[in-house]
Design a binder for this molecule. Structure first.
Ligand code: AMP
Length: 144
């Protein structure tokens, strides 16, 4: 998928937003939904997606929706930091397949990093244990 093209209403994140697919949610309001990545690159890898937009990437995000959405990205990054006490937080976002994007609904990755702990590669992490993900989600929710 290139940088430009039609929005696919059946992409995984659109399905999660509609409730057609499950997600381990940590936050939801009228602007954004945050949930844990099921192939986490580190413990607590969280995704934040905007609601009520059909933006495949950052370039397509309506300007008036961007500010409120980015506030949620920061809010979740702070909660992840408060809950898990990482030494750093990597915030990443990919636009178009050549840049590494695999799901074409805008999302930011919030990836906690610890000293001397390697991060798994993008698209190279194994599926998480669901009990572990649910426990992490409870920790992050408690820090919101
Ligand atoms: P990107 O490659 O930037 O488009 O990121 C998509 C992310 O979604 C990857 O980190 C995947 O591990 C993650 N992912 C794929 N399917 C799911 C799912 N069902 N629930 C949560 N995260 C997912």
């Amino acid at each position: 998928m290139s940088l430009h093209g039609p929005y696919d209403d059946n992409n995984i994140f659109a399905k999660i937003l509609r409730g057609d697919m499950p997600a381990v949610k940590v936050f939801e309001d009228d602007v954004a939904l945050a949930f844990l990545d099921i192939f986490p690159q580190s413990r607590g890898h969280t995704l934040v997606i905007p609601k009520h937009v059909r933006a495949r990437n950052l370039l397509e995000m309506p300007a008036d929706a961007l500010g409120p959405y980015m506030l949620r990205v920061q809010h979740i990054a702070k909660a992840v930091e408060a809950a898990l006490k990482p030494d750093g937080v990597f915030v990443a976002q990919f636009n178009g397949a050549p840049a590494g994007q695999t799901i074409f609904h805008l999302h930011f990755h919030i990836i906690p990093r610890w000293d001397n702990e390697a991060m798994k590669g993008h698209g190279q992490a194994p599926k998480a244990d669901m009990d572990a993900l649910n426990a992490l989600a409870a920790q992050i929710k408690a820090a919101l």
